[in-house]
Design a protein around this ligand. Structure first.
Ligand code: ATP
Ligand code: MG
Length: 177
């Protein structure tokens, strides 16, 4: 059995979550590979991928545990709500990672949650080091910690060349959410 990889999608350009979803879609095609995505700082908005995951049934489990984006965009909830949601997301992540029921676990926006001080970097390192040997673990979000990057086998930094948001074009259904 091959040792699972630690994969990090970080950087300021668009495509981190999309890349992780692409990997989940690819894995789902085989039928014998199981994926779980835990969303750290989403949850208040609707995302198309949640319904797509439901269509793939047990091949792709989606767990939304976050509370929107902290301090940006339309965030109106108090910080303690985010702290509680992040702690819950971490608990769910541990549960899924340690269950050894998955081939691929995606911790979406976990890097961002660490950067915001909602999750301890040490807890993330514990998950990476303590994961079942076969598990491929994907961590997304900008400003990934150096120790996470160091521990990873594959790190891709999305670099923004252009983003329509900068020309006033709002997020689009099917493209951004
Ligand atoms: P996506 O989910 O589209 O792959 P992402 O995971 O790389 O994006 P996040 O940091 O998670 O990016 O940002 C979430 C939202 O912000 C998405 O709707 C995304 O389209 C948008 N976004 C991503 N990068 C940028 C950027 N450089 N400028 C403005 N908005 C961005
Ligand atoms: Mg993302």
């Amino acid at each position: 059995m091959d040792r699972g990889l630690v994969i990090v999608y970080t950087g300021g350009g668009k495509g981190k979550t999309t890349a992780a979803l692409g990997m989940a879609l690819r894995a789902a095609g085989y039928g014998d590979l199981r994926t779980c995505m835990v969303q750290f700082v989403k949850g208040s908005w609707h995302y198309g991928e949640a319904d797509s995951a439901a269509m793939l049934g047990p091949r792709f489990e989606m767990v939304a545990a976050g509370r929107g984006f902290v301090g940006i965009v339309d965030d109106k909830s108090p910080r303690e709500d985010h702290v509680r949601a992040a702690a819950e997301a971490l608990r769910l992540s541990r549960d899924r990672v340690m269950s050894d029921e998955y081939d691929l676990v995606i911790l979406d926006e976990i890097n961002y949650a660490v950067d915001l001080g909602l999750v301890e970097a040490g807890d993330v390192m514990e998950l990476i080091r303590g994961r079942p040997e076969r598990l491929n673990l994907v961590l997304t979000g900008n400003r990934a910690r150096p120790e996470v990057v160091e521990a990873a086998d594959l790190v891709t930094e999305m670099r923004e060349v252009k983003h329509p948001f900068k020309s006033g074009i709002k997020a689009r259904r099917g493209i951004d959410f």
